[in-house]
Design a binder for this molecule. Structure first.
Ligand code: SAM
Length: 452
């Protein structure tokens, strides 16, 4: 970095003496920024004009343990990572693909900016990371998402060039994570191996983009090989793409054409200045690189509606009638993976052959003679959407007992009860004779702390 940055290096190096930036992004699908700010348990400092729902937090806060986090009212994301979806700027109604999406920071951001309209396909090739992605999108309460865990070439073969916007938040050498995570394995070989992999995955990403569509390539590293290098090599091979000029918000710096390795045969090297670099010494964040590429042409592919067979389930009808005040369109309710009822998005591609974790909103797990409402459904509802809710304030000890998996003594009619915090669904309980059995998923239950 000293070699690359020259006179700027001292300021860059000095930024490592400061604490890593902690950020919080409000879930505008559930609550407005003004409402959250008025009741926020933590002091919030706006990140800047690029993201009105994004805030910086003081280092000592532990927001991940607050019940608002469990209810999906916010996502913890460092401020420079928030710049990526802001620059890609997906619109309501579009089809958007997040090709390397786990654990879901940018995916939650994309679907919020889409107002949960259209379709977000969120994929990660790693199965275990894709499960974290599903958990985070579940908390977000979004309905128009499709979550897969397939290799990018498989997605490209199945879908073709249908997406209005594609995000490739590429696996990288992670130099922008050093302040947050401390030193970890880094070498020139790792940088070069990452650059080779990025070049391959970028080809798949490009082939999933419709003519006229916009692709964002992002990394959280500083190395020229993985940034200007990967983009420069791509542009040299694909003349049908051009870099577009991004908005320059405060602290957003330009790409560095002079860092493009000399052997890359790109005639117009100056265009690489249209990339965006976020530096820890120029911007209150850990650092990111973003390039926005547009594919030539203008073609809007057909958006097929769900073509599956709706499931007529008497168990679901009985549950919905007894429990819900909101209605879900029966023609869009179908089975996923053999036993889960899902509400499919209104428009959606064929997913045959892909490894599917979610397709729309999971509603319930169906047994032979019984139904268990899905945790994701609780997180997509509020207390006024159901006939029976127990609505806690965030500091109620009974709420903390629920989050630890304990039953709750609470009188009322037998049946399914939505457990909520300040009106926002958190999970399910089932009341029998005044005792609400706990259905908060075992994997999410909290261990009691000394403070309770
Ligand atoms: N976008 C995520 C977010 O904002 O939370 C972070 C993504 S992380 C930088 C990169 C991801 O790429 C990892 O989750 C990793 O599993 C995935 N990945 C690695 N190799 C891949 C490949 N060949 N194709 C697709 N994804 C890949």
């Amino acid at each position: 970095m000293a070699h690359l940055l020259g006179a700027e290096y001292d300021a860059f190096a000095a930024s490592y003496a400061q604490a890593a930036q902690v950020g919080l992004r409000i879930n505008t699908l559930k609550i407005s920024t003004a409402d959250f700010s008025s009741k926020s348990p933590f002091p919030l400092t706006p990140v800047g004009d690029y993201e009105p729902a994004g805030f910086r937090l003081a280092d000592e806060e532990r927001p991940g343990r607050h019940p608002y986090h469990a209810a999906g009212l916010f996502y913890l994301q460092e401020p420079s990572a928030m710049a990526v979806a802001a620059l890609l700027d997906p619109q309501p109604g579009e089809w958007v693909l997040d090709l390397a999406a786990a654990p879901g920071g940018k995916a939650t951001h994309l679907i919020a900016r889409m107002h949960d309209q259209g379709l977000l396909v969120a994929n990660d090739v790693s199965r275990s990371r894709a499960r974290d992605l599903a958990e985070n999108l579940e908390r977000w309460g979004a309905r128009h998402t499709l979550i897969t865990s397939s290799a990018p070439p498989q997605l490209a073969a199945r879908f073709g060039p249908v997406f209005d916007r594609v995000l490739l938040d590429a696996p990288c050498s992670g130099e922008g994570m050093f302040r947050k995570q401390g030193g970890f394995a880094w070498s020139d070989e790792i940088v070069l191996a990452c650059a080779r992999r990025q070049t391959t995955v970028l080809q798949s990403a490009a082939s999933l983009l419709r003519p006229g569509g916009i692709l964002a390539y992002a990394t959280c590293t500083f190395s020229p090989e993985e940034n200007e290098g990967t983009i420069g090599r791509f542009l040299a091979e694909r003349p049908g793409f051009r870099l577009i000029d991004p908005p320059r918000f405060a602290g957003f710096a330009a790409g560095r054409p002079e860092w493009l390795p000399a052997d890359v045969p790109l005639p117009d090297r100056a265009q690489l200045a249209r990339c965006t670099r976020l530096w820890p010494h120029l911007f209150a964040g850990e650092g990111h690189f973003v390039a926005l590429l547009q594919k030539e042409g203008d073609e809007r592919p057909l958006r097929p509606t769900w073509s599956g067979r709706p499931t007529q389930s008497a168990l679901w009808r009985a549950f919905a009638q007894e429990t819900l005040r909101v209605k879900f369109e029966e023609g869009r309710i179908g089975m996923v993976n053999g036993r889960f009822l899902h509400l499919f998005p209104p428009t959606t591609p064929d997913t045959t052959g892909l490894y599917l974790l979610r397709h729309g909103l999971p509603l319930a797990e169906l047994g032979k003679n019984h139904l268990i409402p899905h945790h994701a459904l609780a997180l997509a509802l509020t207390a006024v959407d159901v006939n029976q809710a127990i609505d806690f304030t965030p500091d109620d000890p009974l709420l903390h007992a629920y989050l630890q998996g304990q039953p709750i003594a609470h009188s009322g009619p037998d049946g399914w009860v939505l457990i909520a915090v300040d009106g926002y669904g958190l999970g399910w309980g089932k009341r029998v004779s005044g005792l609400v059995k706990n259905h908060y998923p075992r994997g999410l239950r909290r261990t009691p702390t000394l403070q309770g």
